[in-house]
Design a protein around this ligand. Structure first.
Ligand code: SF4
Length: 352
C-alpha cells in the first residue's frame, strides 16, 4: 500500500503526517475542570497505548485547568474548542500542544485570525475539525462530502492567510460512505495531514464496526495520518479498537494478536473459553513483544495456522499440540493447554 505523504506537524513530542506512524487519539469524558479525575483518566489512556489525548474546553475553568493537567500526564494534550474563541486563546496561553477548532461554530473570520496568530506565535498546530452535525448549513447546504471538504478548505484558507500552516483536517460524519468520499476528495486536493474518524459511531459493537469500516477503508488506500475511534463507551475502549484497526492493516507492531478459529463440529474443546483465557492472561503481561498466537480447534487448519504464528496450539483428540516458531514442541492435555501455551509464549518472548 502506498501511503499518501502529507506535510508534517508536531504536537508536543508526537508527529502527525509526513510519513510518521499513524497515531491513536482519544478524548476524555471527565469534567476537564476536575484536574485530578482528568489526569487519572488520561493516565489510563496512556497505559492502553494512546498517543495524543483531547479534552473538551466548554468554559473558562476548564481552560484554566489545562496547564495542571499537562503537568500530570506524559502525552500531548489537545484542547477542543467550540463557540468561544477566547477559550482557544486561553488554552494557547496555558501551553496546550494543539487546538481543535470547529469551523461550524466559530464563524467570525476575525476571531479565527486572532487564534491563528497566537497559535503561530507559540508554534502549535490547529486541527480543523469539520463535523457533519455542526456544518454551517446556510453556507454549505447539506453535509455532503463536497460540503465537508469545502468547509475545511475555507477554514484552512483563512488560517493560511495569516501565514499559519500547521494545519490538520478532519471531516467527520456518522455516515461512513460520506466520510470515505470526503477524505478521498480532500486527499486529492491538498497535502494537509488528515485525522480520521467516524463520529457518533454508537455503542461499542456498532461503533467498532463502523469505525473499522470507515477508517480501515481509508487507511487501506494510504489515506490518514492519525485517528480517533469515537464510541459511546469508556474512552479506553477507543484505544483498543484503534490499535486493532492498525494491526489489521500491518500498520502497528504492538502487543499480541490472537488467531483463533470459529470452531465447528470437528472441535472437541471449549475453544472460546480457552481463547478468552489466553487473551486475558496475555493482556496482563506488560512487556510482551508483538507476537501472533494461534488458538485453533483441530488438525484441519490448526497445525498450519499454529505453525505460521509465533506460538500456537492446535486441538487434537485428547488435548492439543503446542507449536513454537513453526515446530511442534509437545502434546498437552486440554486442562493444561492454557498454562502450557502461556509458558511457551513467555519463553519465546524472553528469547527476543
Ligand atoms: S480449525 Fe478445525 S475446528 Fe476450527 S473451524 Fe477449522 S475445521 Fe473447525
Amino acid at each position: 500500500m502506498q501511503r499518501r505523504i502529507s506535510r508534517q506537524v508536531r504536537v508536543g513530542e508526537a508527529l502527525i503526517g509526513g510519513g510518521a506512524p499513524v497515531s491513536i487519539q482519544s478524548m476524555t469524558n471527565t469534567q476537564t475542570s476536575d484536574t485530578e479525575a482528568t489526569i487519572e483518566q488520561i493516565r489510563g489512556l496512556e497505559a492502553a497505548g494512546c498517543d495524543i489525548v483531547r479534552v473538551s474546553v466548554p468554559d473558562l475553568p476548564s481552560a484554566q485547568a489545562l496547564r495542571g493537567i499537562m503537568d500530570g500526564i506524559s502525552i500531548p494534550l489537545v484542547a477542543d474548542i467550540h463557540f468561544d474563541h477566547t477559550l482557544a486563546l486561553e488554552a494557547i496561553s496555558q501551553g496546550v500542544h494543539k487546538l481543535r477548532l470547529n469551523p461550524g461554530n466559530i464563524r467570525d473570520p476575525e476571531k479565527i485570525k486572532l487564534i491563528a496568530d497566537k497559535a503561530g506565535e507559540k508554534g502549535i498546530p490547529i486541527r480543523i475539525g469539520v463535523n457533519s452535525g455542526s456544518i454551517d448549513r446556510e453556507r454549505y447546504g447539506k453535509p455532503t462530502p463536497e460540503a465537508l471538504v469545502q468547509s475545511g478548505l475555507d477554514e484552512a484558507e483563512l488560517l493560511e492567510s495569516r501565514g499559519f500552516r500547521d494545519i490538520v483536517i478532519s471531516l467527520k460524519s456518522f455516515d461512513v460512505t460520506t466520510i470515505i468520499d470526503a477524505y478521498r476528495l480532500m486527499a486529492q486536493q491538498t497535502d494537509y495531514p488528515l485525522h480520521l474518524g467516524v463520529t457518533e459511531a454508537g455503542l461499542l459493537r456498532q461503533g467498532t464496526i463502523r469505525s473499522a469500516v470507515g477508517i480501515g477503508a481509508l487507511l487501506a488506500e494510504g489515506i490518514g495520518d492519525t485517528l480517533r475511534v469515537s464510541l459511546t463507551a469508556a474512552p479506553v475502549e477507543e484505544i483498543g479498537v484503534g490499535i486493532e484497526i492498525l494491526k489489521s492493516l500491518d500498520m502497528l507492531e504492538r502487543g499480541f494478536t490472537i488467531i483463533s478459529c470459529p470452531t465447528c463440529a470437528r472441535c472437541k474443546l471449549d475453544l472460546e473459553s480457552i481463547a478468552i483465557e489466553v487473551e486475558r492472561r496475555l493482556s496482563a503481561i506488560d512487556t510482551l513483544p508483538p507476537l501472533r498466537i494461534a488458538v485453533m480447534g483441530c488438525v484441519v487448519n490448526g497445525p498450519g495456522e499454529a505453525k505460521d504464528a509465533d506460538v500456537g496450539v492446535a486441538g487434537a483428540q485428547d488435548g492439543g499440540v503446542i507449536f513454537a516458531h513453526g515446530k511442534a514442541v509437545r502434546k498437552v492435555t486440554a486442562e493444561a493447554m492454557v498454562d502450557e501455551l502461556i509458558a511457551e509464549v513467555q519463553r519465546v518472548a524472553d528469547a527476543r
